[in-house]
Ligand binder design. Structure first.
Ligand code: PMP
Length: 505
């Protein structure tokens, strides 16, 4: 598809794309059923931002001219009916210039992109680090919702206070005490999950031009919060022991970071865990440079083997750790309940920002999950899912051993939801993904997890959503695809070598 864009025009680029695609459909150059290039591909061809193409496609979808089928692509779905529009008095040539009006664009629509494959029926999903919905104890949870509604319905459906449902704040403080972290209930703010916690923390601590130190690779939701337009970041590599402390120390002696964001247990995406000694050293470094640490401990309870290691929060004698977690991995991500535990002065500021955002998290959701925990059902559920996920993790590690080629490397996590795979250098994970999706397997290519300079040959395989047999099958299919690609690459290289040898003779 060849589109002509006028870069010096005052018409926004997205709008020009809309007009051009519309023109091509009207002229018959694009017919109903024709496939349009993927966002990324068209953005690359045109030399524009992916958001520009997404905005243009969204407008064409809204006009009914194209449809997006998740995981399959974008297709022409109808021909414009200009007469109908003109009859309604609508202008054809001057759509609302939303792109130009936007004050903040945000990063890619990463969650949507990742979730896309999940919705397809026949797909074996290794893409999402989410709990298996098949294991949700729906009846137990329904009884808890019924109970709290019956007992406290009028309070729970009324507006509450920003800090959270007091009994849940107390419960969180008591759970943290079990890990060795001393936190009072008023040092806990209930949020709508870790994602919101990160955004609230950014709002109170990270100003324009401030730098944030992040693990590389890291959780894409954190990238979307800390690495938006205009923000600065410091990428620090992750090794088997978590964030590389030598590099971090080095970097902090030259640059001033406003905070350090880490996932010390079963990191997303690598699955790696910081050992006790490294955790103490990290606290020491942060204390020396007077930099707060945001500890994202969302996977802590999903430990299948290896020793329990205290969270940074429990080792922090300086009051520098802001601790975040949620019920999304151990319970139900759709409930949207998480928390921040931090020194009182930090919580007070977060409280104000939270109030500005949405007043408070849903009281019904908070009370229901509290009841679920109080009855011992959460602990029982966690025990059950840990058993299932440990089996699935083992199934994945075994399948990787059996089916992936020799030059592939992968992490062996003691917990969490994902394995991080480094493919041979010549394999591009994004190209492999396209083939894999056709072959009924989805995963996330590694480039989503980097703020910059992404690795092209890595992939995250999550093992919680599919059962052991499906995991075996999916990894087997991926292994065959990778081996076939390697063989093709080798074949393509062989004649060149022969030619150059001939030249030498
Ligand atoms: N942090 C990490 C490391 C995650 O992996 C995720 C979810 N994938 C989140 C935060 C977001 O969690 P929540 O649902 O609590 O917002």
């Amino acid at each position: 598809m060849i589109l002509e864009l006028q870069r010096d025009s005052r018409v926004p680029l997205y709008s020009q794309i809309v007009t051009e695609v519309r023109r091509m459909i009207t002229a018959g150059a694009l017919k109903v059923g024709d496939r349009l290039p993927a966002n990324r591909e068209l953005a690359r061809t045109l030399g524009v931002n992916r958001n520009t193409v997404s905005t243009a496609y969204a407008e064409l979808v809204a006009d009914g001219l194209i449809t997006s089928r998740v995981g399959s692509g974008t297709y022409v779905s109808s021909v414009p009916a200009p007469e109908a529009k003109q009859a309604r008095g609508e202008s054809l040539s001057s759509p609302m210039p939303w792109e130009a009006l936007l004050a903040e664009r945000g990063r890619d629509n990463w969650l949507h992109e990742m979730a896309g494959f999940y919705e397809q029926r026949e797909m074996i999903s290794l893409s999402l680090a989410l709990p298996s919905a098949d294991l949700f104890p729906l009846d137990d949870f329904r009884r808890c919702v019924d109970h709290v509604l019956r007992k406290q319905g009028r309070t729970l459906l009324q507006l509450g206070t920003t800090g959270g449902y007091p009994r849940l704040q107390e419960f969180i403080a008591s759970q943290l005490a079990l890990t060795g972290a001393r936190v009072t209930p008023d040092e806990v703010l209930i949020t709508n999950g870790c994602q919101q916690s990160l955004d609230l923390i950014r709002q109170i601590l990270v100003g324009q031009g401030d730098e944030v130190a992040l693990e590389s690779p890291t959780y894409p939701g954190a990238l979307s919060v800390f690495c938006g337009a205009g923000s600065k970041y410091i990428s620090v590599p992750v090794s088997e022991k978590g964030i590389d402390l030598d590099v971090l120390e080095d970097v902090l002696s030259q640059r001033r970071a406003k905070l350090i964001y880490v996932v010390p247990s079963f990191q997303n995406p690598t699955g790696c865990t910081m050992d006790h000694v490294s955790r103490r050293r990290l606290i020491g470094i942060a204390s020396r440079f007077r930099i707060p640490i945001v500890e994202d401990d969302i996977y802590r309870e999903l430990r299948y083997d290896g020793p329990a290691i205290p969270p940074l929060k429990a080792l922090d004698e300086h009051g520098l750790v802001i601790y975040i977690s949620s019920f999304s991995k151990v319970g139900f991500p759709g409930l949207r309940v998480g928390w921040i535990a931090a020194p009182r002065i930090v919580i007070d500021h977060l409280n104000r920002v939270k109030q500005r955002c949405d007043l408070h998290a849903s009281l019904l959701a908070q009370a229901a999950i509290h009841e679920f925990a109080k009855r011992g059902l959460l602990a029982r559920h966690i025990k059950r899912v840990k058993k299932a996920y440990a089996e699935r993790r083992d199934a994945m590690l075994g399948a990787l051993e059996r089916h992936f080629p020799d030059l592939t490397r992968w992490s062996r996590p003691n917990g969490g939801m994902s394995v991080w795979v480094s493919l041979p250098d010549s394999i591009n994970a994004n190209q492999l993904l396209h083939q894999a999706v056709e072959g009924g397997v989805s995963f996330i290519s590694g480039d989503h997890f980097y703020a910059s300079s992404p690795s092209q040959n890595s992939m995250r395989l999550s093992f919680t959503m599919a059962g052991p047999e499906a995991i075996e099958e999916a990894v087997k299919r991926l292994g065959l695809m990778i081996k076939a690609r390697l063989a093709r690459i080798r074949r393509a290289q062989t004649p060149k070598r022969v030619d150059s040898m001939r030249a030498l003779v």
